[in-house]
Design a protein around this ligand. Structure first.
Ligand code: G4F
Length: 325
């Protein structure tokens, strides 16, 4: 019998890479997708990976408990990966209530659906390094206290603790992956790495003249999404559910990440980059640096892609995309 997995957020970057990985492992993959009049546009990442016809799509919404119960009851999954969220930090100040409804309460809904309709299923919650916010330790691990700095991070914190609570209250196999920033050519254009690589490709091709960014002194621990989805799966293969930090252990400024992209195409960053004060956030997470020791020791997980390799892959993909257009 094939193992079955439900993935929420399947049309996002992580959902697409995770689905490809699970399909290669022989799983039947079911994607909970919220109804939209243009799913043909929303599944572009699945098409890019060539797996759009291999996914079973189920209508459902994280804010609608009955739709989730129906989905879980219908599939009877072995594993559930809860990746869906309002995941853009900057938007969470504009839409704090929607962010809370989906990114926080949505997790409780999904956990309830699993508890009611398939309590033996293993559950993965996509937690975030944004929960560390105003950092309380130089390198953040599973035991570092949290200090969220955005409505998004506050919502993620609820999702994290409700997952821990369901594990402890109902003995569910529920794990939380505290993932640091992870990127790829499938990253949404609103996030800084992809905004940079797309702009660098446009400038190189003569389609744009400048790149405007906000706080380029912010530091992030960036890894490759393809590596990080493997860690999600590894967590659910353990006998005991637990929480894990997934990171590279290296932190870099937005400025230096940006320089890597410009240098790759033979351009000088300072000729094109300007600072737009409107892009600064009401409260910033100045620096994130993960300590992935526990994942290394317990899961045997290691990142396999350097920041330089990832950014150059993203620039090349954007050059190819724009050239094809
Ligand atoms: O790429 P970002 O928007 O990612 P951020 O806010 O760190 O959040 C991402 O990673 C989290 C994991 O830690 C996820 F939970 C979350 O869902 C998301 O995937 O911004 C990175 C940094 C920030 O400090 C931001 O202020 O880049 C800075 N930045 C500077 N100029 C910019 C820009 N960010 C964006 N998006 N756009 C800019 O123009």
């Amino acid at each position: 019998m094939k193992r079955k997995a439900i993935v929420t957020g399947i049309t996002g970057q992580d959902g697409a890479y995770l689905s490809k990985f699970l399909l290669e492992k022989g799983y039947e993959v079911y994607g909970v997708v919220r109804r939209s009049s243009h799913f043909g546009v929303a599944d572009h990442r699945l098409r890019w990976l060539g797996i759009n016809n291999d996914i079973n799509v189920i209508d459902g919404n994280l804010s609608d408990l009955s739709s989730l119960i129906r989905a879980v009851a219908q599939v009877k999954p072995d594993e559930v990966y809860n990746l869906a969220a309002q995941s853009f930090v900057a938007s969470s100040w504009q839409q704090p209530v929607l962010t809370a409804n989906i990114t926080a309460v949505g997790v409780a809904n999904m956990l309830e659906a699993v508890r009611i309709a398939a309590p033996e299923a293993r559950f993965y919650q996509a937690s975030s390094s944004e929960m560390f916010g105003k950092i309380q330790e130089a390198a953040q691990s599973e035991t570092t206290p949290f200090y969220p700095r955005s409505p998004y991070a506050v919502a993620k914190l609820y999702g994290h603790w409700i997952t821990v609570n369901y594990r402890e209250s109902f003995n569910m196999h529920a794990s939380s992956g505290i993932l640091f920033n992870h990127e790829s050519p499938l990253r949404g254009i609103e996030f800084v790495t992809r905004k940079v690589t797309d702009a660098v490709a446009r400038i190189k091709l003569g389609l744009a003249m400048e790149l405007k960014l906000g706080n380029i002194d912010a530091k992030r621990d960036w890894g490759h999404a393809k590596d990080y989805v493997v860690a999600m799966w590894m967590m659910l293969q353990q006998d005991q559910a637990d929480d894990y930090v997934i990171a590279t252990g290296r932190t870099t400024t937005v400025r230096d990440m940006c320089r890597i992209a410009f240098t790759h195409v033979g351009l000088t960053m300072d000729d094109y980059l300007s600072i737009d004060p409107n892009l600064f956030r009401p409260a910033e997470v100045d620096i994130l640096l993960g300590n992935p020791e526990k994942a290394r020791k317990t899961l045997g997980w290691e990142p396999s892609t350097t920041l330089e390799e990832m950014i150059t892959e993203m620039v090349d993909a954007d050059l190819a995309r724009l050239t094809a257009k």
